[in-house]
Structure formats: C-alpha cells, structure tokens
Design a binder for this molecule. Structure first.
Ligand code: ADP
Length: 190
C-alpha cells in the first residue's frame, strides 16, 4: 500500500492537494476535518462534541478522533492506500496510526509536509472564509488559535516521522499546479 500523510498548518492547501494526489495514485482520501464537519451537518453526537473544540480553534480529544479514523479506515478494506489529511495532528495520534497500519500489515510510506509562512496562512484563511462557509475561517481570533494550536501540538508530529526517515518538506508557496508537481516528484521518489 501507499500511505501518505499530507501535513501542514491550517490553510497550507492540504485539501486541494489531496484531491490531486488521490486521483493520480488512486488512493482513498481521508480528512478528519471533513469527517467532523459531516457529523456536524448530520447533527450527530460526535459532530456536536467536535464543534465544541473546533469552533474555538482547538483539537478534538485524541481518543475520539482516533476511534473515528479507525472506523472510517475499516470501510475501505481493498484500497491501494490512503492519503491522510489533517491526521495525525498530535504525537499520540501518530502512534495510534502506526499501530493501526501495522495491524493491517502496512505502514506510513511518507509524510509530505507543506511549508507555508504564517502571514500567508492568515491571508489564505481570510480569503477562504468568503466561500467556505466555515465558522472557524471567519474569525481572526479563531484563525490565530488554530495556528497556535498547530505550532504547539501538531508541529512535533514532524519530528516523529523525521525520526523514522519519512519526512519530506515541500515548499507550499506558488501556483497550485507547481505545488502539485513538487508533491508528485516527492511521491515518485519513494
Ligand atoms: P484546517 O483547515 O484548519 O487544517 P481541518 O478542516 O483539517 O482544519 O479541521 C477542522 C477542525 O477539526 C480542526 O480545527 C480541529 O478542531 C478538528 N480536527 C480535525 N482533525 C483533527 C485531529 N486529527 N485531531 C483533533 N482535532 C481535529
């Protein structure tokens, strides 16, 4: 299997680039953010719980997120691989993903980390607020909290994969196509 962790701060372009990668390599794209938003739209208990955290720019508790991810993965027993978008976001989540994939006889192939400076992230998220309808894009305070949460809790996940020799840093500035090409080259090199 080809299992890609697409990593980066909020606004780095993970969703856009996941779509390109999933088509080219025939992978299943799993976005924990999209899953939480889907639950919220359906008014489930999980959706309401996630809203409590995401509305402020914080993270949903690890065990809740890990359980949801496990359930989602189990729906696709015969895929070529997965592209994980927005997961893992903490080191315990990364450990849980390693264990889960190991139990399936596979592993993370690579982490592709999109690098985008903070000032550019804020511009992108404020722009996205016009069309996304996402409450967490609309409020500059929430955007700042999401970036702070990323720096504090999520950035260390890079060290986890670096220690395994799986980290590839990708310049996330430039046109969408240029960034897609960089990601394809990185994937083709493994
Ligand atoms: P972003 O566009 O900021 O990267 P996402 O769409 O991936 O955000 O996720 C939206 C929100 O859902 C996050 O701010 C967070 O509250 C919650 N969330 C998503 N993935 C996770 C995760 N792996 N662990 C905990 N919370 C998560």
């Amino acid at each position: 299997m080809l299992n890609i962790v697409l990593f980066g701060p909020p606004g780095a372009g993970k969703g856009t680039q996941s779509t390109m990668i999933q088509e080219k390599y025939a992978l299943k794209h799993i976005s924990t953010g999209d899953l939480f938003r889907y639950h919220l739209s359906q008014g489930t208990e999980l959706g309401l719980l996630a809203k409590k955290y995401s509305a402020e720019g914080g993270l949903v508790p690890d065990q809740v997120t890990i359980d949801m991810l496990k359930e989602e993965i189990s729906k696709y027993p015969s895929v070529n691989g997965f592209i994980f978008d927005g997961f893992p976001r903490t080191t315990p989540q990364a450990e849980a993903l390693d264990n889960l994939l190991a139990s399936m006889g596979t592993a993370v192939s690579t982490m592709l980390a999109l690098e985008v400076p903070e000032e550019e992230l804020k511009v992108r998220l404020e722009g996205r607020a016009q069309t996304s309808g996402r409450a967490d894009d609309a409020d500059p305070k929430v955007i700042q909290n999401r970036i702070d949460t990323y720096n504090r809790e999520t950035k260390p996940v890079k060290d986890f994969y670096q220690a395994q020799g799986k980290l590839k840093e990708i310049n996330g500035l430039g046109s969408i196509d240029a960034i897609t090409d960089r990601l394809y080259s990185a994937i083709d090199s493994i």
